[in-house]
Design a protein around this ligand. Sequence first.
Ligand code: KG4
Ligand code: ZN
Length: 336
Amino acid sequence: MYILGIETSCDETGVAIYHSDKGLIQHSLYSQIAMHNEYGGIVPELASRDHIRKLIPLIAECLQLSKLTKADIQGIAYTAGPGLIGALLVGAATAKSLAWSLNIPAIGVHHMEGHLLAPMLEEHPPEFPFVALLISGGHTLLVEVTEIGHYQLLGESLDDAAGEAFDKAAKMLGLAYPGGPLLAKLAQQGQTNRFKFPRPMTNRPGLDFSFSGLKTFTMNSLNNTEQTEQDKADIAFAFQQATAATLAIKCKRALQQTGLKRLVVAGGVSANTHIRQTLVEMARKERAEIFFPRPEFCTDNGAMIAYAGCQRLLAQQQESLSIIARPRWPINELTE
Ligand code: KG4
Ligand code: ZN
């Protein structure tokens, strides 16, 4: 069964074709970053309009590269939320209209479930059950996963998401949007042991996160220097190190608390090399297996949506062709 996947929840138009037996066939991505860059962040209305412009040509491109036609597609998966409402509606309306015209089912996918299942697209996918750390621009979640659709929330960020903290700290350091990858690059020039950032919420029990204090620490540290390139690089290094260490402490705690020996790490921030290395080292010490998506599937993409939708369609899940999009959608409301 060929499934078309559509992702339009934020600033990336992602399209993919996944086959239930053959795996991922093709994926295409168009990033709006250059357009939003000028404004220092995402302008939701511009995002929606750009999805309208790019989505149908991207679907056509993906079909052509796969040597398939619309008639080969047997189901359509689209991101139904959470995300920017206008952007979500472009994907939902396109998916449902196309499904209606082809007389095939369409299924709405939870964006964070898409991220959570992204490592399933790799050569060595994790087996269930596992602990998942989801670190994106909008969410930071620790989830106990027993099978697809069985998600127990273990912890979440009480303020900024990890990616959001990266982006805000990067902005303070004078970097462009989205600053996460740029901050990581700057941190490569940074010296260790110059700034000591805190590891928020690690000295008390629990699995929730708080990243807004690291942002304040970034600003205060910056104001205490002459703000040279070296100062900025040293601060970027300390910020990244503190974030990685905090994530590792919480993941270790989640593995110990659940007794599980498998950790999945996904979402945009999981593309960060230092964070990956820190978590790999923690998992090694805990004798746990660790799984990541390939870097291009850490950030938003259509492949993870096609995969998640395919699993739900194979499980006979159905929905009406009325158009639904949810800007807010807690992951623990999902059913099996
Ligand atoms: O998962 P994603 O593409 O979109 C959301 O669902 O939010 O995540 C985007 C976030 C942004 O905050 C971006 O700065 C961050 O992921 N990000 C990174 C890196 N690559 C992307 N943060 C740190 N280091 C990176 N290499
Ligand atoms: Zn995402």
